[in-house]
Structure formats: C-alpha cells, structure tokens
Design a protein around this ligand. Structure first.
Ligand code: PLP
Length: 460
C-alpha cells in the first residue's frame, strides 16, 4: 500500500493552490459534511472519525438538538461583551458545569480553547499567590512529555522539545518531572510502588527548585497527545495531592482532552476521586460546535483575587452567548443520551478489541487509557521495548494506512520524549458496538500493512 502522500485524490488535483498553511503543504480532501461519527468529502468518500478530530467531537457531528439551540441563540444575539452584559447561556452553562465538577469547584471562567484555558489557570494561580501575600511563588512544575497548549505561556509548561525548541529563548521554560511511564520500568517494584516513586519525583523537584518559589503543578490526569492516553498507577494520584498540600502548591488538572465525559466520568481525575485546585476544560465542552473552554476553581482561590482588583486576564470572545449556548446544549445531549455511561461501556469494548489485536501484533506493546480516550504504544521489540527506528516513521505510516481505508486515528511522536511510536483511538461518545467493529477491522488491516512494510513481529 503506497503512502497517502502518493495518492492525491482527483478532487485535490483539480483544486487551485491554497492560501492556507498548516503543518505541511500536504493537501487533504475537502470536507463536505459530517454526521454522527462520519465525515463525507466533496469527492464522495466517507471517513470514520475515529479520534473525534483531535479528541473534540465528543457527542458526534451534526447533533440536531445542539444545532437547534445554537440557531435559537443566533436569532437573539451571537455576541455580547462580558464586561458590558451578562448572558443567560453563560450563566446556565456555568451552573451546569459546577454541578458536574467535584464539590466546591464552582467558580467558572470561560475561554475559547484549550491553550487559553491552561494559560488562564496559570495566571489565576499566580494572581492568587500575589493576592495572598506569596509573591515569590511563580514556578509551575510540569511533566515531560506533556501537552498543555501552543501559546507561549502554555508552551512554557508543555513537555515536547520539538514544539518548544525554536521558542525557548522567548519563554520562561518551567521545570519538569518525568511523566509516570511506570509500565515501561524494568525493576522489582510493584506498579503501586512505582506510582509513589513517580509522585515522589515531584517532591524532589520542589526541593531542588526551592519550595517557596513553586506555585503549581500541572498534569493531565489521563494523558493526551504527548503520552497517548498514559494512565499512572492508582497510588500516584493521592500522593501528588499529598505533596502539593505539604508545600502549599496548587494542583492544576489539565482536563482539556480528558474532560467532558470522554473517559467515562465527567473528569479524568474522577476515576481517582482527585481534588485538584484548578481544572482546565475545552475540546469536548464545545464538542466541535463552537470554540469553548473553561477554567473552574473554588471560591477560596477566586475570592482573594477579586478582592484585590479582579482577574487581570480575559479574551474578547470569552463567555460569548453563542459558544455558551452550544456548550449548554452539548451537556444537555450528554445527559439525555447518557453518553458518559456509553463512553465507559464502549471504552471497555474498544480496549478489549485493541488488546485482542495486540495478541496478533505484539509490537503493540501497551494498550491503555480510560473510556474512549485510548492509546497504543508501538515498539520494535516488545521484550526490550526497543523503539522502532524513527526514520521509519511508523506512526505516520499507520495513520496513512488507516486514512487511505477511511478511518481517522490520531498519533504524534514526541521529540525527546520517552514514548515510542504511538497512536490514539478516541471516537465520539455516541459510538456503537457495530461501529467499533468497523473501526477495528480497519485498524487490523492497517497494522497488517504496517507490519509488512517495516518487518514488525506478527503472531499466527
Ligand atoms: N491541553 C491539552 C491536554 C490538550 O490536549 C490540548 C490540545 O490538544 C491543549 C491543552 C490545547 O488546546 P487548544 O489546541 O484548543 O489550544
């Protein structure tokens, strides 16, 4: 099977050069419409959205009730600046959200995307520290690898050398501890002991940096693009909380990808009853219907900051009525269709099927994740975990094979990261058993093609 780049669609060839530019000059088919878990292109091809785009379209495409709610809002007003007016959709969405978040996380600040959300969390933490007489606290410890966004502020806590290196001179790059890749460790410790060991690395880092200078720790409770749905051992989560408490450090959970129901609970951290101090949300909150994100924090953090002159931060489109109406309707559909329960149930089916595939393709060294946020790490040798030679571009090849067969999956190799090649499977939360079967058949064929191309081990 030739690579996708070698097969431009007739439609692509007929199109004039584009004024748009993104990651590369590779042209993609023109999308025509989307419904449920499917996309159709102008040239009549159908794609399964096996990753909900970049884990965004949680409730699926073209949901009628969400579109109707947005239309109703459009007929009233699409924009009213938050410093001039309050608006009902923003008020209601904040109330709904507060009801779904851990107790006490009931102060909400809206933004328009994930990078804005994480950056807002960091700025909120810093302003809280200044307002409460702790101005020496400014360092935000992060994990490597990780992804928290692309703006300079959010990039300063993103653990990915390839994304950061060009911009390093322009940023205050923050200290990092290793992401808890406990499954890779070859020692005599149990997984639970390893979880504690990874958490303790945070304490060591705090000590090394000087505890009085550390403001916060930011982490994805279920890993996103940088670690392909990495999940820490259970012992990690309470230990991190303990350490943050011991040093008066704020715990920021970046739930931009893992939040809004995708993992089978409203927040990824809910699997461990986590009590973060600040939570960032986006992606599934607007579910692709509108650019939307939020941060949530308790009164005890927000109040001192408001008392000292207010949150000195904000973006023009934040809390706009149209995006909030979309978000409100998305949450409504999630409840009406019981999609979080479906994500949990279908996640079990999907991870089971992927683990079956791993028996046939042992180079799938780890299949992991929660609910419908699943990742697979691929290596050349499952015994030694020797990575596949990077120049062979295994992730890209696999993505291309799946794409050529009408399935979108997600994958990214992190430079300087500890991961091997990986891909993520994260379909919309409305997916059915039959549709999972359809996806798995394509993933199986694509892995077969990849194994043949790269001479990777195959059983039977
Ligand atoms: N945080 C996490 C965990 C993410 O996965 C992403 C995007 O992939 C972001 C932040 C940044 O979100 P956005 O691309 O909407 O700015």
């Amino acid at each position: 099977m030739p690579k996708l780049e070698a097969q431009p669609s007739p439609d692509t060839e007929a199109r004039p050069p584009s004024h748009l530019f993104y990651l590369s000059s590779l042209r993609r088919p023109l999308v025509d419409r989307a419904e449920g878990i499917y996309f159709w292109t102008k040239d009549g091809r159908r794609f399964i959205d096996g990753s909900s785009g970049p884990m965004v379209a949680n409730i699926g495409h073209s949901n009628r009730n969400v579109l109707d709610a947005m239309k109703r809002q459009m007929d009233k007003t699409t924009f009213a600046y938050r410093l001039h007016f309050e608006n009902e959709p923003a008020e209601e969405l904040a109330r709904e959200l507060a009801g779904k978040l851990p107790a006490g996380m009931d102060r909400i600040f809206f933004v328009s995307g994930g990078s804005e959300a994480t950056e807002s969390c960091i700025k909120l933490a810093r302003q809280w520290a200044v307002a409460t007489g702790q101005p020496k606290r400014w360092k935000v410890i992060t994990r490597f690898p990780s992804y928290h966004g692309g703006t300079l502020g959010s990039l300063s806590v993103t653990g990915d050398d390839a994304l950061a290196e060009t911009f390093t001179p322009m940023m205050r790059v923050m200290p990092a501890v290793p992401a808890p890749t406990a499954w890779r460790d070859r020692d005599n410790l149990s997984m639970e002991q390893r979880g504690v060991r990874y958490a303790d690395m945070l304490e060591e880092k705090i000590q090394a940096e000087g505890p009085e200078s550390v403001l916060a720790f930011i982490m994805e409770p279920v890993g996103g693009a940088a670690t392909a749905a990495l999940v820490a051992p259970d012992s990690y989560y309470p230990r991190i909380r303990e350490i943050c408490d011991r040093y008066g450090i704020l715990l920021i959970h970046d739930e931009v990808m893992s939040g809004a129901g995708r993992t089978g609970k409203f927040l990824g951290g809910d699997h461990w009853n986590c009590r973060p101090d600040i939570v960032a949300l986006s992606k599934g909150l607007g579910s692709g219907y509108a650019p939307l994100g939020a941060l949530a924090a308790p009164v005890r953090l927000v109040e001192p900051l408001l008392a000292s002159g207010g949150f000195q931060h904000g973006h023009t489109y934040a809390g706009n009525p149209l995006a909030c109406a979309a978000g409100l309707a998305v949450l409504g559909e999630m409840d009406r269709l019981d999609l979080i329960a479906n994500a949990a149930a279908m996640g079990d089916v999907l991870i089971g099927e992927l683990r079956e595939l791993a028996k046939r393709f042992p180079f799938m060294a780890d299949v992991r994740g929660k609910g419908l946020l699943l990742g697979v790490e691929m290596v050349a040798d499952p015994e030694t975990l020797k990575p596949i030679e990077p120049t062979r571009k295994a992730t890209q090849r696999l993505l291309d094979h799946a794409y050529a067969r009408g399935l979108i999956i997600y994958g990214r190799k992190v430079k300087g990261g500890v991961d091997g090649d990986n891909f993520m499977v994260a379909p919309p939360m409305i997916i059915t058993r039959e549709q999972i079967g359809e996806m798995i058949a394509i993933i199986g064929d694509s892995l077969e093609a990849l194994a043949a191309e790269l001479d990777l081990p195959v059983e039977g």
